[in-house]
Design a protein around this ligand. Structure first.
Ligand code: 5MM
Length: 338
């Protein structure tokens, strides 16, 4: 697979309804996911689980890129093949999460900034030499009483832009992920307003840093009410509000918008994606970069047992194919039964 320049890499990842499998859980997050199925998270178990996903039949047709964590990009499958080669053999590109998590911001209680710029250039050089074609950095914006602050948005969006410019200088597509969290009791209006602030700041910073938008991908949240809000929007409302927000801000040069699922159920994440693509009328590909909404059914089916690898792969293949149909605006609920 020879996909070399930034624009071709980005286009390949979102070609023909394909999307991204976010498998870049840090070890603490992976432990949490495994705890939910009663499995102790060891290096070998994480390897077995991810090998199961990467070898699934759902990858070749539906997944254009897989985001890895540092441990996984260096890991070998049970038969000794590098996991990154397993992904490449399946026809998908592999990328790497390069942020190093969040730290509290001085003077901004409850708010964080994503770190990882120190030594980033050297780390990027190594990942590029391993064959990684893209990278990811996630900024976290929380909605609450009097937050997010301007300082939180500014620090996070500047860091995202610095990261993106460095990733491109090293020949890799940056996925820029400004995540406005769903946790909270905020309304859909509040999510819309905060997401607008974050995205406006982000695109200003990307421009200032000379990031080539054609060689980058945006990974935003959808516009939803907070998970704890008593009034939840319909699928159509979420789709319409999200498109209104994105159309007002995201330049047409961006080739693809790959949503995070953010705690939505599998079906909600698919239905929202499908509804947006059915509405249409936008210049970008609209697809998925889901972690939980692609993996949760496979994780439960697997349960840590080698005997259940096949049924876990079937569960993953089903979700991946449903999301590809949604990215083409061709999904409907009846297909879920199949
Ligand atoms: C897969 O989870 C990613 C890593 O999270 P941690 O660094 O906290 O372990 C995360 O960045 C993910 O890529 C996005 O949030 C999207 O995942 P969801 O589950 O929201 O679709």
């Amino acid at each position: 697979m020879l996909v070399e320049n930034l624009e071709d890499i980005a286009a390949y990842i979102v070609d023909d309804g394909k999307g991204i499998l976010a498998a870049d859980e840090s070890n603490p997050t992976c432990s949490k996911r495994f705890e939910s199925i009663g499995v102790v998270s060891t290096e070998e178990k994480r390897r077995d689980y991810r090998e199961m996903l990467f070898r699934s039949d759902g990858v070749p047709d539906n997944i254009g890129g897989v985001i890895l964590f540092d441990e996984t990009i260096r890991q070998r499958a049970a038969d000794g093949t590098l996991l990154r080669e397993v992904i490449a053999e399946q026809g998908a590109l592999f990328g790497i999460k390069v942020d190093q998590g969040v730290r509290p911001i001085d003077g901004c209680p409850g708010e964080t900034v994503t770190v990882g710029l120190d030594g980033l250039d050297e780390r990027l050089q190594e990942y590029a030499s391993m064959g990684a074609k893209f990278t990811k950095w996630r900024a976290v914006i929380k909605i609450g009483s009097a937050i997010p602050s301007e300082k939180c948005i500014e620090l996070n969006m500047k860091a995202l832009a610095s990261y993106a410019a460095l990733a491109q200088a090293n020949g890799m597509v940056p996925i820029v992920e400004p995540e406005v969290l769903m946790e909270g009791e905020h309304t859909i209006d509040s999510c819309h307003e905060v997401t607008e602030r974050a995205l406006n700041a982000l695109f200003q910073c990307l421009e200032q840093d000379g990031v080539n938008l054609k060689g980058s991908l945006l990974k935003p949240n959808m516009i939803t009410a907070g998970a704890g809000c008593s009034v939840q929007a319909s699928v159509d409302d979420v789709a319409e509000r999200t498109l209104i927000c994105l159309k007002a801000i995201v330049p047409s040069a961006v080739p693809g918008i790959c949503f995070l699922s953010g705690g939505q159920s599998d079906l909600q994440a698919t239905a929202h994606l499908d509804a947006m693509n059915k509405i249409g009328g936008f210049p970008w590909k609209i697809s998925f970069s889901y972690g939980r909404a692609l993996q949760s059914s496979a994780l439960s089916a697997w349960g840590g047992s080698p005997d259940r690898v096949r049924s876990a792969q079937d569960a993953f293949t089903h979700r991946a194919s449903m999301n590809r149909l949604a990215a083409l605006g061709k999904w409907n609920k009846e297909l879920e039964a199949g």
